[in-house]
Design a protein around this ligand. Structure first.
Ligand code: WQD
Length: 337
C-alpha cells in the first residue's frame, strides 16, 4: 500500500513517515520546505534504513500534484502540509485561507482524477468551540474558532465532509490533534520552529538549552488548580502511531470518521515545566506573565472513540516526552540548520 504524505518533512509529518516506513508501507513525501528542512528527509531515511520518493512541490499547485499522481499508484493521502502558527494567522488571514484551503481542494481534485479515495486530514482541537464541557469528545461542538488558523482547519473538515458525502466510495479520517510534544527516541528528528517558538514545549526546551533566559508563564490567574492553562500533551510518536492505525481503519471504512488524538489527561503549564525539570535535571526559570489572548483555560480529549474504534491509545508518559524533547534539543540546539 502506497501512502502519499504532504508536509512529510515537518514535525508530525516526519515522525509519521518514519512510522509508516517501519510498518512496511511504501511512502511518497511532498514538502516545499516553507517550515521544514531537507535535512529532516535525510534523517528519516537514515532512521528507517529505507529510501522513499520525495517531491519538493507546493501542494496547492494542481499541475505539480497531477505529476505525482500520474507517476505513482497512490492508495491513501495523509495531508499535513499547511500553515499552522496561530498568531501569524491573525496577522495574515488571507495567506492562511489561501494556502490551507487550496492545498486541500487541490489534493481532492487530484485524488478524484486519479481514482484515489482515502484521505487522512491533520486537523486540530482548535476546531472545538470554547464553551464545551471537558473532556472534549468527537461530538463536542465545533466552530466559533478564535483565529483564522482554527477556521481553516474547521473549513477543511467541512470540505472533506461534503466531498465524502458526494463520493460514496471515499474514506476520510479527520484526526484532531491536541498538543504534540516530544521527539523520536534517537534524538535525530524533532520539532524545529523556524523562529521564536509559539508553543510551550519547544520554548521550554530552547530555554533549557540556553536560547532564552526564562519561560514566561502566560497567565497564572486562570480558574485551574495552579492558575495556569491545562492542555492535553501527546507524544509525537504516539500521534504518528495514530496515523498508522487510521490508515488501517480506512481499509475497511468509508465515509467520514472523526477521532481525537490525545492522552485524555490534562496537564498545566507549571506541571509541564516541572515534569521537564524532573525528566532532564535542567532547571527552567520562569516568570509570571500576562494571559495570552485567545487561550482557553482548559482543553483535553476524551480518547474513548480512538481506543474503541481505531484500537489506538497514547502509551508514552509525560516524563518520556520531556526526556525525548530534551535529547532532540540538546543534540540539535539549532534544529536542522
Ligand atoms: C499551551 C499553553 C499558553 C508558550 C496551539 C494551537 C494548536 C496546535 C498546538 C497547531 C497555553 C502557554 C505557551 C509560552 C506559556 N498547533 N504558554 N508560555 O495554544 O494549546 O495550541 O498549539 O496545530 O492548534 O492552538 O499550545 O503550546 O501554544 O500553549 O505559558 O512561552 O502554554 O498560554 O496556555 P495551544 P501552546
Amino acid at each position: 500500500m502506497t501512502i502519499f504524505v504532504t508536509g512529510g518533512a515537518g514535525y508530525i509529518g516526519s515522525h509519521t513517515v518514519l512510522k509508516l516506513l517501519e510498518n512496511g508501507y511504501e511512502v511518497i513525501v511532498a514538502d516545499n520546505f516553507s517550515n521544514s528542512k531537507p535535512e529532516a528527509v535525510k534523517r528519516i531515511k537514515g532512521l528507517a534504513g529505507r529510501d522513499f520518493l520525495f517531491y519538493e512541490i507546493d501542494v496547492c499547485d494542481g499541475k505539480q500534484l497531477d505529476k505525482v499522481f500520474s507517476e505513482n499508484k497512490i492508495d491513501c493521502v495523509i495531508h499535513f502540509a499547511g500553515l499552522k502558527a496561530v498568531g501569524e494567522s491573525v496577522e495574515k488571514p488571507l495567506e492562511y485561507y489561501k494556502n490551507n484551503l487550496n492545498s486541500t481542494i487541490s489534493l481532492c481534485e487530484a485524488m478524484k482524477k486519479h481514482n484515489v479515495n482515502k484521505f487522512i486530514f491533520s486537523s486540530s482541537a482548535t476546531v472545538y468551540s470554547g464553551d464545551n464541557a471537558m473532556p472534549l469528545t468527537e461530538n463536542s461542538l465545533t466552530g466559533g474558532c478564535i483565529n483564522p488558523y482554527g477556521w481553516t482547519k474547521y473549513m477543511c473538515e467541512q470540505i472533506l465532509i461534503d466531498t465524502a458525502n458526494a463520493n460514496e466510495d471515499w474514506s476520510v479520517a479527520l484526526l484532531r490533534y491536541f498538543n504534540p510534544i516530544g521527539a523520536h527516541e534517537s534524538g535525530k528528528i524533532g520539532e524545529d520552529p523556524q523562529d521564536i517558538p509559539n508553543n510551550l514545549m519547544p520554548f521550554i526546551a530552547q530555554t533549557a538549552v540556553g536560547k532564552f533566559s526564562h519561560l514566561n508563564v502566560k497567565g497564572t490567574d486562570y480558574d485551574t488548580p495552579d492558575g495556569t492553562c491545562i492542555r492535553d500533551y501527546i507524544h509525537v510518536t504516539d500521534l504518528a502511531e495514530g496515523h498508522v492505525s487510521a490508515v488501517n481503519y480506512l481499509k475497511s471504512h468509508t465515509g467520514v470518521n472523526i477521532f481525537n488524538l490525545g492522552t485524555g489527561k490534562g496537564v498545566s503549564v507549571l506541571e509541564l515545566a516541572c515534569a521537564f525539570e524532573q525528566a532532564t535535571g535542567v532547571e527552567i526559570k520562569r516568570k509570571d506573565a500576562p494571559r495570552r489572548p485567545g487561550d482557553q483555560p482548559v482543553s483535553f480529549a476524551s480518547t474513548d472513540k480512538a481506543k474503541k474504534e481505531l484500537g489506538w491509545e497514547a502509551k508514552k508518559t509525560l516524563l518520556e516526552a520531556c526526556a525525548d524533547s530534551w535529547r532532540w534539543q540538546k543534540n540539535n540546539p539549532n534544529g536542522y540548520k
